[in-house]
Design a protein around this ligand. Structure first.
Ligand code: ADP
Ligand code: MG
Length: 589
């Protein structure tokens, strides 16, 4: 079957499909629509985001409900307000020739009386988020006792968001003989159990492999030190001048912070997370849809409603806690037949998660290097050259040409080109010319199996337990004074009057430089490279650990001592200023 006509939809619906410009039903539509039209049965459909699930349940529902009746016959539950509004808008388009059709959207954060009014007008279909729906039921503002079709859309996400109780409670108000259609991108155990609980002998439709990611998305990861995450993000953006992306962070705070930093650095970026008001979120989404925002920094929950087709890159600034969430993230790109890239910035301690994700999405990641500063300069220069080449000349300039020509009378073409491009290029060049390599080699595995690593240096330091350190506080202290990341100081071994620790070889010079003339409590703290490679067996470590615990100090005490340490440095080397002279990006429309 390859046309909508073949699927058995009525002429009003076919006309709407033509208007929408859909020429061919998608896989999930081909499988779901005829089945749902032919039988009154429960259905579980698993398909990636962007595969056209809304139409897969929307058209059969529109075909089956009685438009001449004003009774509510269909209920669609969806996880977020954005999605709820999106589905409502789609259904209205699908049903634009169905005279008398009323679709009501029910969601939090808007007037409940207004929504009740919409329902009262005789909504045959209600599209709702679970929280508000439950509220309306308990206030007797809706009657779903006669519905014949219920849809659980994005079921995995609804369960992720903790709507299990609400869904159970809502469905308890619906008739037993209705049909339930469950749509989901992934099939975690929770979804399987909800299917079991609420459905009777469902037909199962799977498009692609369960939990598999879309074919059109390629997956890349970049291994950097945790502290270089933000710099790496900027480089990835700079190396892709036409990027239109969603950047995922784990927490609302990080989301806000990263977006703010990007804006400060001249990128067109915006934040989307649950601490923003609905109005703020709407504004950000509008700007993103209009491409006034090139980089949307979002939390997983807030990004669920995003249905923007041209996203070129998804960047995982941090990996999600739940590996399954990665499928949702990467599904934001590669939509509607386009290709997309999902990039992951990882530190050594997280790199093992990549393997687990590969197993779930059944695709390989490509390990790539963060582009060097000079590579970025080249990309930017060529992008600018192409842009200039493709720009149509504005003839309003004609009348000024004589004066401009006079100014450049003695400049030859090459010189003129160089000058012209330098206006933009120099900004990038100045920023990147002395930039360091951000890539971390992944020899040594996840950064925990140090015995394999030949690429690290072991040091002796003349402070130990007598000075009040245990392995944790010494590690904290070293990380702080050396400005190194969480995983950059390792194998800290504290003895009575001295200790050992390791860093990557690349940090060796930094460590030795720092501890030249470093004084603490009036005494020189001395660091030397140790001959002992620190490959002692596990037993001694465990024994030591037990002892170390007894020497743990309360946090406050540790902190105050550390700040004294940094205050007593005798060298006058200045701290590396974090990120000065960043290149400012011109904002694009
Ligand atoms: P999903 O719910 O699976 O994530 P959507 O239902 O939101 O996907 O559809 C994704 C996009 O594809 C929407 O913009 C939709 O209008 C479009 N679309 C759906 N079905 C078709 C089709 N048969 N042909 C072309 N575009 C389609
Ligand atoms: Mg959908």
């Amino acid at each position: 079957m390859s046309t909508f006509q073949d699927l058995g939809l009525n002429d009003d619906l076919l006309q709407a499909i033509t208007d929408l410009g859909f020429t061919k039903p998608s896989d999930v539509q081909q499988k779901a629509i005829p089945t749902l039209l032919a039988e009154e049965r429960d259905l579980v459909a698993l398909a990636q985001t962007g595969t056209g699930k809304t139409a897969a349940f929307g058209f059969p529902m529109l075909e089956k409900i009685d438009i001449n009746s004003r009774t509510t016959q269909g209920l669609i539950l969806s996880p977020t307000r954005e999605l709820c509004l999106q589905i409502t808008a789609e259904l209205k388009l699908y049903g634009k020739y169905c005279k008398g059709l009323n679709v009501a959207a029910i969601y939090g954060g808007a007037s409940i009386t207004e929504q009740a009014k919409q329902v009262k007008k005789g909504a045959q279909i209600i599209v709702a988020t679970p929280g508000r729906m439950k509220d309306m039921i308990s206030r007797k503002l809706v009657d779903i006792s006669k519905i014949q079709y219920s849809v659980l859309d994005e079921a995995d996400e609804m369960l992720n968001m903790g709507f299990y109780e609400d869904i159970t409670s809502i469905l308890s108000h619906t008739p037993d003989d209705k049909s339930t259609w469950l749509f989901s991108a992934t099939m975690p155990r929770e979804v399987a159990s909800i299917a079991k609980k609420f459905m009777y002998d469902p037909i199962e439709i799977t498009v692609g492999n369960k939990n598999e990611s879309t074919k059109n998305v390629s997956h890349e990861y970049y291994l950097v030190n945790a502290r270089d995450r933000y710099l790496a993000l900027k480089r990835l953006a700079d190396a892709n001048p036409d990027i239109f992306s969603v950047i995922f962070c784990r927490t609302k705070r990080d989301t806000q912070k990263v977006a703010e930093k990007l804006v400060e650095d001249g990128y067109s970026a915006g934040a989307l997370h649950g601490d923003l008001s609905q109005n703020q979120r709407d504004l950000v989404m509008k700007a993103f849809r209009n491409k006034q925002i090139q980089m949307l920094v979002a939390t997983d929950v807030a990004a669920r409603g995003i249905d923007v087709d041209d996203i070129t890159h998804v960047i995982n600034y941090q990996l999600p806690d739940e590996i399954e969430t990665y499928t949702h993230r990467s599904g934001r790109t590669g939509r509607a037949g386009k290709t997309g890239v999902s990039m992951v910035i990882v530190s050594k301690s997280e790199v093992r998660k990549i393997k687990s994700i590969e197993r779930i999405i059944k695709k390989q990641f490509e390990k790539k290097n963060i582009p060097s500063g000079m590579e970025i300069c080249k990309v930017q220069l060529m992008s600018l050259a192409n842009k200039v080449h493709n720009t149509e000349a504005n003839h309003e300039i004609d009348s000024y040409l004589p004066s401009i020509n006079e100014l450049f009378n003695n400049t030859d073409k090459d010189e003129l080109i160089k000058k012209f491009f330098s206006v933009e290029f120099t900004r990038f060049f100045n920023y990147y010319q002395k930039s360091k390599d951000l890539n971390v080699s992944d020899s040594g595995g996840d950064g925990r199996d140090y015995s394999k690593s030949s690429n690290d240096t072991r040091y002796f330091i003349n402070v130990g337990r007598k000075d009040g350190y245990d392995w944790m506080s010494l590690k904290d202290f070293l990380k702080e004074v050396l400005e190194l990341g969480r995983d950059d100081v390792f194998k800290v071994d504290v003895k009575d009057s001295f200790s050992f620790f390791n860093t990557e070889k690349e940090n060796e010079q930094k460590v030795l430089d720092f501890f030249t003339d470093f004084k603490y409590n009036g005494r020189f703290v001395n660091v030397e490279i140790s001959e002992n490679k620190g490959r002692s067996g596990g037993k001694r470590r465990d024994r030591d650990r037990g002892r170390r615990r007894n020497h743990d100090k309360p946090k406050g005490e540790r902190r105050s001592r550390r700040s004294k340490d940094t205050g007593e440095r005798t060298t006058n080397k200045r701290r590396r200023s974090s990120v000065s002279n960043r290149p400012r990006r011109s904002r694009r429309k």
